[in-house]
Design a protein around this ligand. Structure first.
Ligand code: FES
Ligand code: FES
Length: 154
């Protein structure tokens, strides 16, 4: 079937199978930041924002995304750069495999919560497995990025 997807404000008409998952469709469209990290919907590496909700694209049927706004890290541009800098400053960006989905998770979280608590940050990070580092650095990086935003210097 042919569906129309809005990805990073770009409109794509694309042929998909009825059981095709959004992860595969996004990669087919060239959004290669969206990656597969497991077969059990547990790693979060495939996560994208759909209408400002963080969703694992490996278990979301592509046709369900019609009429919705999909965001991947490619669409976040300046915000992605600044979040990436905050992560790098804390030394948590190592192999980088988890980074695109982590940046999308942080961006989506800050759309939902202006000033997330430690618990809310944990809730968002828990769905995004990082095999290389602990989560304290991620937490510090998020807080640093939030301060930069509150300073109005973003
Ligand atoms: S690939 Fe692991 S949750 Fe989607
Ligand atoms: S930096 Fe390697 S998985 Fe997170």
């Amino acid at each position: 079937m042919e569906i129309t997807l809005n990805v990073n404000h770009n409109i794509h008409k694309v042929l998909v199978e009825s059981d095709e998952m959004l992860l595969d469709t996004l990669r087919k469209l060239g959004y290669k930041s969206v990656k597969k990290g497991c077969d059990t919907t547990t790693c979060g590496i495939c996560s994208v924002s759909i209408d400002d909700e963080l969703i694992p694209s490996c278990s979301y049927l592509s046709y369900r995304a019609e009429g919705k706004k999909i965001l991947t890290v490619e669409g976040l541009k300046e915000d992605a750069r600044k979040i990436g800098e905050a992560l790098t400053a804390e030394g948590v960006e190592q192999c980088g495999y988890c980074s695109p989905s982590l940046v999308v998770a942080i961006h989506t979280m800050l759309k939902q919560y202006e000033d997330p608590s430690d618990e809310e940050i944990k809730h968002y990070l828990v769905g995004n497995l990082c095999r290389c580092s602990g989560y304290e650095g991620h937490n510090r990086a998020i807080k640093h990025y939030m301060e930069v935003r509150h300073d109005g210097s973003k």
